[in-house]
Design a protein around this ligand. Structure first.
Ligand code: DON
Length: 557
């Protein structure tokens, strides 16, 4: 505990006034919504640790950012406990229901039926978020689950004012939400988009959260709530059973780790591809002195590293409970050296040289991430998702829970693209009880002086965003710089550098084209990075929230 007086910040929103302080504890929290950040500080003030704060922020995001994550979805919580240097990844990824099969999104001719894996009850996998919350709280927290869920329950009951970002995402999914009366009754007003800053109250969701607070995982995965979920899903054309819900379990996995220029990287293991692709790309880049490389060559090399690492994603990665993934080989220095030897300094190597090419634009503006660290170094990086904005758009009556459409993250047909333009194969094919491959990359970076906690939403672009931030950390820059960085991305297929306005100069665009790269500017900025940093020497904390979103970062000391 520090003697520095608490920093008290008042956050005012319509009907909700929140006090944020740290009661003498030094903690940094960055999340995608001010009320979620405030929820974290609220439980710290009750005597909670960073893991309790993570429970509170997760649950609050499920309420105040229903477009991005929620009880009907899943995610990954990467934890570090300083006293025993313990690190773990809680894999709360959704699982395919047991009645799922590899042809479930194909028509009679064997073609993918458009939107069947994206909209409505059939696109929803068995949620992992409630089990993740309970596990995190019971195994790592100091407070009761009920204490940590209290802010979220209050937000759901009292309501909060919806912002512009919320309305933009709702508009994207308005047509789907309109198809489902229960969803429309929660998110639309008289069948239309609500006005900016109108109040969203979610009494059913408050009751569901209260059930979980009272009964733990049974409050969601069995009993009358589970009955309502299964009945609602079945009546809407889905295939869930009570057994699917009852048997859902989170898995604790060993995070993947690597070293880049003296920086220790810790990130998500499969079932997410996030950590493996990130570390593989960094391993390739570790053979260059990027600090001494001109900016154009640097961008070319980073692109070529992304191309190769994302290529391996599509070949090798999936749920390691179902397939053998050669993680050790993919992350070995020799393997990186082999890939590096195929990179030319002056020329792009077209992805067609690896395999067939497919044109597709990938987008990603939902999902969510938060980062927390205290002045001992205890920390949580969590990326949480229901996949597309407002997931499947489907809410079973009486539950208040928006179900995910994470089934789209499987490869419905080898060689076909999913919603993020990923082309995959057998490794990520649909199987009963399997977790679909994710790109989520909650990450820690650590060198002699600093510990960073970061991550972002953004579908397939998550990994390239974290990669750019890691390279910026290696340059000596802080969270404020990482979240602001203009972004560029290559995911092997389509064979394109996608870039935000301002990420490449006119000279770089012309030169990259001359080297054989294809380029496309994204129609809008992407990502919503949330990052915190702890300087071990000076014991100072920093926090930053992406200005592309509406999140909030606070350091309380
Ligand atoms: O798990 C994944 O990789 C995706 N479901 C994440 C989706 C996402 O980040 C959406 N966009 N921002």
């Amino acid at each position: 505990m520090s003697n520095i007086p608490s920093l008290v910040i008042m956050l005012m929103t319509v009907f909700v006034s929140v006090q944020v302080s740290a009661k003498g504890q030094k903690v940094a929290i960055a999340s995608a919504h001010p009320l979620a950040t405030a929820a974290g500080f609220e439980v710290l003030n009750k005597g909670g640790n960073v893991f309790d704060a993570a429970v509170a922020v997760t649950a609050a995001l499920a309420v105040v950012e229903p477009s991005g994550s929620g009880l009907g979805g899943g995610g990954y919580w990467l934890l570090h406990r300083e006293k025993d240097s313990f690190e773990t990844l809680i894999d709360g990824r959704e699982k395919a229901p047991m009645a799922a099969h590899k042809n479930m999104y194909l028509d009679k001719e064997g073609k993918v039926v458009e939107n069947l894996s994206l909209d409505g009850a059939l696109s929803a996998a068995i949620p992992g978020m409630p089990a993740g919350l309970v596990h995190l709280s019971e195994k790592y927290g100091k407070l009761t689950l009920s204490e940590s869920l209290a802010p979220a329950i209050r937000y759901a009951q009292t309501g909060f004012a919806v912002g512009e970002r919320y309305l933009k995402l709702l508009k994207l999914r308005e047509a789907v939400i309109k198809k489902f009366p229960t969803s429309a009754s929660i998110f639309l007003q008289d069948g239309s988009l609500p006005k900016p800053y109108s109040i969203l109250r979610q009494p059913d969701l408050a009751r569901t959260l209260t059930r979980i607070a009272d009964s733990g995982r049974d409050g969601f995965y069995s009993g009358c709530l589970a009955d309502k979920l299964v009945e609602g899903v079945k009546n809407a054309g889905g295939i869930w059973t009570k057994e699917d819900l009852k048997s859902y379990q989170v898995i604790e996995r060993k995070p993947v780790t690597g070293i880049y220029k003296g920086i220790r990287i810790t990130s998500a293991a499969p079932s997410s591809s996030g950590g493996v692709v990130l570390i593989e790309a960094l391993n390739i880049l570790s053979g260059y002195d990027l600090k001494k490389t001109d900016e154009l060559t640097r961008k070319h090399l980073v692109t070529e590293a992304m191309r190769r690492a994302y290529h391996d994603r599509s070949l090798y990665l999936g749920d390691e409970d179902f397939i053998n993934i050669p993680v050790k080989r993919l992350l070995s220095d020799d393997y990186a050296a082999g890939l590096r030897s195929t990179i030319r300094l002056d020329k792009a190597l077209p992805s067609t040289q690896f395999s067939g090419e497919i044109e597709q634009q990938a987008e990603g503006i939902n999902t969510t991430h938060f980062s927390i660290i205290d002045d001992e170094g205890n920390r949580v990086a969590a990326t949480l998702s229901i996949n597309f904005p407002f997931g499947s758009g489907f809410v079973a009556a009486g539950t208040g829970v928006v179900l995910n459409d994470e089934m789209d993250d499987f490869d419905s047909l080898p060689g076909a693209m999913n919603g993020y333009g990923f082309v995959g194969g057998i490794a990520n094919s649909i199987e009963p009880g399997k977790r679909m491959l994710s790109s989520m990359a909650p990450t820690f970076l650590e060198n002699d002086t600093d510990v960073a906690v970061l991550g972002t939403p953004g579908g397939s672009r998550i990994i390239s965003m974290v990669l750019l931030a890691a390279l910026d950390f290696a340059k000596g820059n802080g969270p404020d710089s990482w979240v602001k960085l203009p972004r560029f991305h290559h995911q092997f297929m389509p064979d394109l550098i996608e870039y935000e306005s301002g990420a490449l100069s006119d000279y770089e665009i012309a030169s990259l084209k001359a080297m054989g790269h294809q380029l496309k500017q994204t129609p809008y900025p992407y990502g919503d990075m949330q990052a915190v940093l702890f300087n071990k020497k000076t014991k100072t904390l920093l926090a930053a929230s992406d200005n592309r979103g509406e999140g909030r970062a606070f350091v309380a000391e």
